[in-house]
Write a protein that binds this ligand. Structure first.
Ligand code: SF4
Length: 406
């Protein structure tokens, strides 16, 4: 018996032994792992950590990036979304091309290798708005990686342009798009999506758009939003769907669990929504659920997706770094005024400076590594105990901006 799981129950040991032997864990087995507590849960976490060590070693990475949310106007009405505004509402915003390029330039000047661009589905924008954003940034900053447009935006842009997903994505690639965020996935389950988003972007459409992007050579991330009306069986099935896509395309760069932030999400605060829903809304995931989600993602995606990211924005920096011992090897972006989660009431600030990210990783004994979007190393740092204060800060360098949750 492997001493990583010496006190675990027989069933859990059997499943973890499969994972350690690089055999895919099934949906039912993952559901069993999500039910673990005590010694069983400890074994799950240890095995996830062991698999991480085998696959990516001691390095823990981050990327210097800036979020640019070019509009917060959206009529889609996703129930969890605390970000979207109607066109005439106070605070509604549509950034000009000049402002978008200025923000990208500011990011570049501060050492960013990437900008992450997403927005609401503004009723007035034309389909070519997406390509115009990419062209405008690339004209000024040809070497800046553009990571942009969720599958929901691709769906919308293609619809407005009267192009197929394939034609629309290929055009964006030709304009200079470097990769896509695999957001708007929420939970890839028909019933849950119906409840959350009226299934406007269907599971099959999300899968279709992501698969086409991968087929065209455009990498994407993959995400899950958990801890609302969902259950472990949805998590296991979602992970299985992501793994199946990856087996076919190899196009995912990373998997990012995103815990539901409930404080100002209409899903949680609006009694009308609560009464409409078939399921009870929870106040985000529990601490144990966060731990399990990261560890079981590592276990279930072992051999298929090497990079599991913890979101400091959702978890808070201290808790995110604890995930480095539970299968995680990446802490995501420095972000420069993050506001996706802030709009939903998240309390972990807008930015972590690169030196704080390095200190945060080094304090766990891991080797900090700055990477680019595609996980190529850009800069390595010693794994020492440098004690730079590690706390999220409110960015002062930039004007306030909003961000959305899809
Ligand atoms: S999650 Fe995205 S698509 Fe849904 S309402 Fe918010 S901005 Fe619109």
């Amino acid at each position: 018996m492997n001493n990583l799981m010496q006190n675990a129950s027989f069933d859990v040991q059997q499943i973890l032994a499969k994972a350690l032997n690089n055999i895919d864990v099934s949906v039912d087995e993952a559901i069993c792992l999500f039910a673990t507590t005590g010694d069983d849960l400890s074994a799950v976490v240890k095995v996830a950590n062991e698999l991480r060590q085998r696959v990516v070693g001691n390095k823990a990475s981050f990327v210097i990036t800036r979020n640019i949310n070019f509009t917060n106007v959206c009529n889609m009405g996703c129930k969890f979304c605390g970000f979207a505004k109607r066109k005439n509402e106070v605070g509604a915003e549509l950034l000009s091309m000049d402002e978008i390029v200025l923000r990208a330039q500011q990011a570049w000047d501060r050492g960013a290798s990437e900008v992450c661009i997403q927005g609401g589905l503004h009723p007035d924008i034309k389909g070519d708005h997406y390509r115009n954003i990419v062209l405008a940034i690339k004209k000024q900053l040809p070497d800046l990686h553009i990571h942009a447009f969720s599958p929901f935006e691709i769906w919308y842009g293609a619809l407005k342009s009267r192009l197929s997903y394939r034609e629309f994505i290929q055009d964006l690639i030709d304009c200079g798009l470097g990769s896509m965020p695999g957001t708007a996935a929420e939970i890839l389950d028909v019933e849950i999506r119906k409840q959350l988003t009226k299934d406007k972007l269907k599971t099959e459409q999300w899968i279709d758009i992501i698969t086409i992007a991968h087929q065209l050579g455009l990498p994407t991330t993959a995400t899950i939003m958990y801890g609302h009306i969902d259950q472990p069986k949805h998590w296991a099935e979602h992970l299985n769907t992501i793994r199946t896509i990856q087996q076919q395309t190899g196009g995912f760069t990373e998997f990012v669990p995103l815990g539901f932030v409930h404080y100002e999400s209409p899903l949680f605060t609006n009694s009308k929504y609560k009464n409409d829903l078939k399921f009870n809304v929870r106040a985000g995931p529990t601490a144990d659920e966060n731990l399990k989600m990261h560890a079981i993602s590592r276990i279930m995606l072992n051999g298929w997706i090497d990079n599991i990211q913890a979101s400091w924005v959702k978890l808070g920096p201290d808790y995110a770094k604890q995930m480095l011992a539970a299968g995680v090897n990446d802490l995501g972006g420095t972000l420069m005024n993050e506001s996706i989660t802030r709009a939903a009431g998240g309390k972990h600030g807008q930015e972590i400076l690169p030196e704080q990210m390095v200190a945060m990783i080094a304090s766990t004994g891991r080797e900090p590594m700055r990477r680019n979007t595609l996980y190529q190393p850009l800069e390595s740092f010693a794994a020492d105990n440098t004690q730079i204060p590690c706390h999220s800060i409110v960015g002062e360098q930039f004007s306030e901006e909003l961000h959305y949750e899809a």
